[in-house]
Design a protein around this ligand. Structure first.
Ligand SMILES: *Cc1c(COP(=O)(O)O)cnc(C)c1O
Length: 392
């Protein structure tokens, strides 16, 4: 029962090991310096990250969820407002809207990319709509020009949830620059990850940057002079120092992910009934996840587990059907695309610290699992939605 894992989904120890001497030096510098919040390391990281994204401002905060909440608060979005969100995303996108007292209005994704569908966004707009939050899901940019056109037509704010897409480009330009403000999570599993919780807001809007900075630190510009009711959501000095180091390696680490994605794509091209990630020609994804879809996902997951290969599901329960949103009264069938994605997606191991040979080995197992799943479907009457029999 307890097969040893030979391919972990993610190995954060390897990420530390590669940069250990730099991390250890940063730790000694910050710890010995005796100043742990709101100091030079944070300012340095903010300057570096704004430069990397080519935005005027960056403001470090406590988490990705907080980054979204602080943007919404800075824009004055709250009770009575509606905010359009993807039906298929991590729950934080919705929770940020709920936390400020506004109402998340889910819309179905583009079926091929699983990202926000601009036409569905357009159709969901009401007199109460204040903003839209596209998510660059799995590290792949959403169609920002089309989304921006709809938003401009109705005078709405666009807020990017770029938590999974540090460094991704849309039509040659980095994500985070296609909106009033963008939120990045920097939690440990993200492409740019801290050793703990962290997040960052980027924007070209001076007043948004100013308000985020005010609200993240008890509403103070001057110590103990509180201008607004605010919160505590600060990115600490130690993590800011670590993140500065990691940022210097981000493009190279993203390139390694790209190599693995290419290996998966080539090796899995003929797998029966398997739907591979679709990359529009304007997208340069950073492969936060490599997500395939299959009508009998569980068979593949089980097969890989038996072979010692760890997989994850992003995400298994559609948000509108979670107990967290029970009060909103949504039912099975309200968002069929989100429901189908939740039932069919499977994330294969990908990271800067998996060798490309791992991708080919994992792909081999996936292909044989797909073969047996298809045989079951045509032979023994196992229910297998939308499959075509046989095929390799
Ligand atoms: C990780 C993530 C978040 C939340 O980030 P935290 O730092 O964990 O709060 C928000 N949105 C998306 C799409 C994410 O993947």
């Amino acid at each position: 029962m307890n097969e040893p894992t030979t391919v972990p989904f993610l190995d954060l120890k390897a990420a530390y090991a590669e940069l250990a001497s730099e991390f250890d030096a940063a730790y000694r510098r910050v710890a010995a310096g005796g100043w742990y919040l709101m100091g030079a390391e944070l300012e340095g990281f903010e300057a570096d990250f704004a430069k990397y994204c080519r935005t005027r401002y960056a403001a470090g905060v406590g988490s990705g969820l907080d980054a979204l909440v602080l943007i919404l608060r800075a824009l004055g979005i709250g009770p009575g407002d509606e905010v359009v969100v993807p039906s298929h995303t991590f729950i934080a996108t919705w929770l940020a809207v709920s936390e400020v007292g506004a109402r998340p209005v889910p819309v179905e994704p583009d079926e091929q990319t699983a990202n926000l569908d601009p036409a569905a966004f357009d159709a969901a707009i009401t007199a109460r709509t204040a903003a839209v939050i596209p998510v660059h899901l799995y590290g792949q940019p959403a169609d920002m020009d089309a989304i921006g056109r709809v938003a401009a037509k109705h005078g709405l704010h666009v807020i990017e949830d770029a938590s999974q897409a540090q460094g991704a480009r849309y039509k040659g330009r980095r994500v985070g620059t296609f909106s009033t403000a963008a939120a990045f999570s920097l939690n440990p599993v993200k492409n740019l990850g801290a050793i703990g919780n962290a997040g960052v807001v980027v924007t070209d809007d001076e007043s948004v940057a100013d308000k985020v900075r005010l609200i993240r630190n008890y509403g103070m510009r001057v110590k103990y002079h509180h201008e607004v009711m605010a919160t505590n959501s600060r990115l600490d000095e130690l993590n800011a120092a670590f993140l500065r180091i990691k940022l210097r390696h981000l493009d190279e680490w993203n390139a390694r992910r790209r190599g693995l994605a290419a290996a998966y794509t080539a090796s899995l091209a003929d797998a029966a009934d398997l739907c591979l990630p679709h990359v529009p020609d304007w997208a340069e994804p950073v492969w936060h996840q490599f997500v395939v879809r299959h009508p009998d996902r569980e068979a593949i997951k089980d097969r890989l587990r038996a072979a010692g290969i760890e997989t994850l599901i992003h995400y298994p329960v559609p948000i509108h059907l979670t107990p967290a949103y029970r009060e909103a009264g949504w039912r099975q069938g309200d968002f069929p695309l989100a429901e189908r994605l939740a039932a069919q997606v499977l994330s294969l191991p990908i990271s800067p610290h998996h060798a490309e040979s791992v991708a080919t080995a994992v792909a081999r197992e996936v292909i044989s699992a797909c073969g047996s799943a298809s045989e079951n479907a045509s032979g023994s009457g196992t229910r297998l939605v939308g499959s075509r029999p046989g095929g390799r």
